[in-house]
Design a protein around this ligand. Structure first.
Ligand code: ATP
Ligand code: MG
Ligand code: MG
Ligand code: MG
Length: 571
C-alpha cells in the first residue's frame, strides 16, 4: 500500500475525551472515529487490524472443529420471552419495535437464536456434538460506554455455541475451546492469563475468562507465578479436573451472612478497616436456578462513615434501584439506615477491592466496576473459602502450593462457559438418544471480544511515540520511508523494487511515497504512531554502500541490511 493511495488521518493533539492510551492512540493514528457514545467507525487502518484478528480467530475456530454461520443481529422478542431473558436482561438490552409494533432486540449475545436453530435442525444424537460460531456485531447498551472500542455499545464478537448429548461431551468441547483460545491469544502475540470466573448473567456453572494483562484493565486477576504462560498452554492440553473444583459462584454463595447485619458487622466480618480501605460494598442477591441474580445490590461508595448509609452512595448492580432518602431505603429494604437487610433472601456479601477504589484483589466483573470476590483465580490457584483469599497480596504463597501469587490487572478478551441445559431446557431443544428417548441437549458457549482485542493489544504495548503492534495484527508489518525519492532516481528505483519484492513475498508493506513537502521526520513519527513493527529507510547514502537501514519499532538503534538481502532478512 502506498500512503498517497491510502487514508490515514492522524491527529497531532490527543483528543480530550480519551482517557486511556489505547483510545487516544486509536484516534490519533486514524484507526477509529467516534460517531456517538459507544459507536465507532473503523477507518481503513483500524479495519486492517480488526480483519487480521478476525482471521486468526476464524482459523483457530475452524481448526478446533467449529462451524461458521451468521445469525441476524436483530432478534424477535418471543425467543427472549421463552428463555426468560426479555424480563431479566435489564437496560443493556436494546429493545426496538418494527412498523407492526412487534418487539425485537438488537442482539447482545445469541444463545436464544442458536438454540432455536438447534431445536429445529438437530434431532438425533448422531448429529452431536456440534459447535457453531459466528463473527458478528453485537449491541449492548452499556451503562458507561468508555475507553473507545474497549467498552463500546456496538462491537464485534466471535461467539460460539456447542450442543451435546451429555456432560462428558460438553466438557471435552469446553477443553478444546480452552486450548483453541490459548492458540488464538498466542498467535495474536499477547501476554494473557486464563482465570476461573463467575458466569454472570449468561448462567451456567464452570467458566473461564481470558485476560490480556495491562495496567489499565478493569479487572484484577490473581495467579501463581509458577504457572507461567508456557505452563499454562501445556496445561490447557492436559487439564486438571476443573469439575472437582468448586466454581467461584458456588464459593460465593457460602458467604452468607445472617439477616440484620450492621455495616460494622460486615466490615469486621471482612476485617477491613472502615475508613481506610472499604469504599465500596456490594450486597448481592443469590443467583436463582437459572443463574440470574436480579434482586438487590447495593454499592456504597465514597469516604463517608460506614455506619451512615446515604442514598447518593447507594447504587444497584443488577437492576437500577434508586433511593431518594434514608426513609426510602428503610421502606424498600426494610432496614434501618446503617444496617443491611433483610431483603427476603440470604445475602452473600461481596467486597469490591477494584483498584479504582483500593488495592489488593478482586474479580469477575459483569458490570463495570462491580466485582465478585473469589473469581478470576487461575486454574491452579485453588482456594477453599472467600475468607482464605480476602487478604492476599502480591508475593503470598499461592493456594496451589506452587510459587507465589501475582496480582495484576487484566482486560477481559474472552469468556467460555459450560451452560448445561440453561437455554435448551427453556427452549425445549431435544434430540433422540441411542435408545430413541428424547433428551435435552447440553450447551457450551464461547465468546471473544474481537474489537476489544485491538484496544487491549495497544494497552499492553505502546510508548511515548505511539502503538507497538505485534506482527500478527499490525495493520502493516513493514514500513518503507524513502529519502528524497523525488530527487534521486536511485532511491526511487530501489524503493520500488524493494516494495514489490516484499509485497510479493507476502508482507503487508506501507510505502510512504509522499513527496518532499512532508519531511522525513514527520514520516518517521507517523510510522511510529501507527505502530508499524518494522521500518526500513532507503537513502542515497546507504545505497552508495548497497545497504538500507532497518529498525524494529521497539529497538533503540537501527542496523544496516544489504539491499540484495532484504527479503531474506524478513523471512
Ligand atoms: P465485561 O465484563 O467487560 O462487561 P462481559 O463479561 O459482559 O464483558 P461477555 O458476555 O463475557 O462480556 O462477552 C464476551 C466478550 O465480549 C467479553 O469477554 C469481551 O471481550 C467482549 N465484550 C463484552 N462487552 C463488550 C463491550 N461493551 N465492548 C467491547 N467488547 C465487549
Ligand atoms: Mg465480564
Ligand atoms: Mg458486560
Ligand atoms: Mg464475560
Amino acid at each position: 500500500m502506498r500512503t498517497t493511495e491510502f487514508f490515514i488521518p492522524t491527529l497531532k493533539e490527543t483528543p480530550t475525551d480519551a482517557v486511556v492510551i489505547s483510545h487516544q492512540l486509536m484516534l490519533r493514528s486514524g484507526m477509529i472515529r467516534k460517531l456517538a457514545s459507544g459507536l465507532y467507525t473503523w477507518l481503513p487502518l483500524g479495519l486492517r487490524t480488526l480483519r487480521k484478528i478476525e482471521r486468526i480467530v476464524r482459523e483457530e475456530m475452524d481448526k478446533a472443529g467449529a462451524i461458521e454461520l451468521l445469525m441476524p443481529a436483530v432478534q424477535p422478542a418471543e425467543l427472549w420471552q421463552e428463555s426468560g431473558r426479555w424480563e431479566q436482561y435489564g437496560p443493556e438490552l436494546l429493545r426496538i419495535k418494527d412498523r407492526h409494533q412487534r418487539d425485537f432486540c438488537v442482539g447482545p449475545t445469541h444463545e436464544e437464536v442458536i438454540t432455536d436453530i438447534a431445536r429445529h435442525e438437530l434431532s438425533s444424537y448422531k448429529q452431536l456434538p456440534i459447535n457453531f460460531y459466528q463473527i458478528q456485531t453485537k449491541f449492548r447498551d452499556e451503562i458507561r460506554p468508555r475507553f473507545g472500542v474497549m467498552r463500546a455499545r456496538e462491537f464485534v464478537m466471535k461467539d460460539a455455541y456447542s450442543f451435546h448429548l451429555n456432560e462428558d461431551s460438553m466438557q471435552q468441547t469446553y477443553e478444546r475451546m480452552h486450548t483453541a483460545y490459548c492458540n488464538i491469544f498466542d498467535r495474536l502475540g499477547l501476554n494473557y492469563r486464563a482465570v476461573v470466573a463467575d458466569s454472570g448473567s449468561i448462567g451456567g456453572s464452570t467458566s473461564h475468562e481470558f485476560h490480556v494483562l495491562a495496567e489499565s484493565g478493569e479487572d484484577a486477576i490473581a495467579f501463581s507465578n509458577s504457572s507461567q504462560y508456557a505452563a499454562n498452554v501445556e496445561k490447557a492440553v492436559a487439564l486438571p479436573d476443573t469439575t472437582a473444583r468448586p466454581a467461584a459462584t458456588a464459593e460465593l454463595s457460602k458467604v452468607e451472612t445472617p439477616n440484620q447485619h450492621t455495616i460494622t458487622d460486615i466490615v469486621s466480618f471482612f476485617s477491613v478497616e472502615p475508613k481506610q480501605t472499604l469504599k465500596t460494598l456490594v450486597v448481592h442477591g443469590n443467583p436463582d436456578e437459572q443463574g440470574n441474580t436480579t434482586l438487590v445490590a447495593l454499592v456504597i461508595r465514597g469516604d463517608h462513615q460506614l455506619n451512615e448509609v446515604k442514598a447518593e452512595n447507594i447504587h444497584s448492580v443488577a437492576q437500577p434501584l434508586t433511593f431518594a432518602s434514608d426513609a426510602e431505603i428503610q421502606a424498600q429494604l426494610n432496614c434501618q439506615p446503617g444496617s443491611i437487610g433483610p431483603v427476603g433472601l440470604s445475602i452473600p456479601i461481596v467486597v469490591d477491592h477494584s483498584a479504582a477504589h483500593l488495592a489488593d484483589f478482586i474479580c469477575g466483573a459483569n458490570e463495570d466496576g462491580y466485582h465478585y470476590t473469589g473469581a478470576n483465580w487461575d486454574r491452579d490457584c485453588q482456594y477453599t473459602t472467600v475468607a482464605d483469599i480476602r487478604n492476599v497480596v502480591n508475593g503470598d504463597p499461592s493456594p496451589c502450593g506452587q510459587g507465589e501469587l501475582v496480582i495484576k490487572r487484566g482486560i477481559e478478551v474472552g469468556h467460555i462457559f459450560q451452560l448445561g441445559a440453561k437455554y435448551s431446557k427453556e427452549l425445549n431443544a431435544t434430540v433422540l438418544d441411542e435408545q430413541g428417548k428424547s433428551v435435552t441437549m447440553l450447551m457450551g458457549c464461547y465468546g471473544i471480544g474481537v474489537s476489544r482485542i485491538a484496544a487491549a493489544a495497544i494497552e499492553q504495548k505502546n510508548d511515548d511515540h505511539g502503538i507497538i503492534w505485534p506482527d500478527a495484527i499490525a495493520p502493516f508489518q513493514i514500513g518503507i520511508v524513502p529519502l528524497k525519492m523525488d530527487k534521486s532516481e536511485q532511491v526511487k528505483t530501489t524503493t520500488e523494487q524493494v516494495y514489490q519484492q516484499l509485497t510479493a513475498a507476502g508482507f503487508d508493506v506501507l510505502l510512504d511515497d509522499r513527496d518532499r513537502k512532508t519531511s522525513p521526520g514527520v514520516k518517521f513519527a507517523e510510522m511510529e504512531l501507527i505502530g508499524v513493527p518494522h521500518r526500513i529507510v532507503i537513502g542515497d547514502r546507504g545505497l552508495a554502500e548497497g545497504t538500507i537501514e532497518y529498525k524494529h519499532r521497539s529497538a533503540e538503534d537501527s542496523t544496516t541490511v544489504p539491499v540484495s538481502e532484504i527479503v531474506d532478512f524478513f523471512k
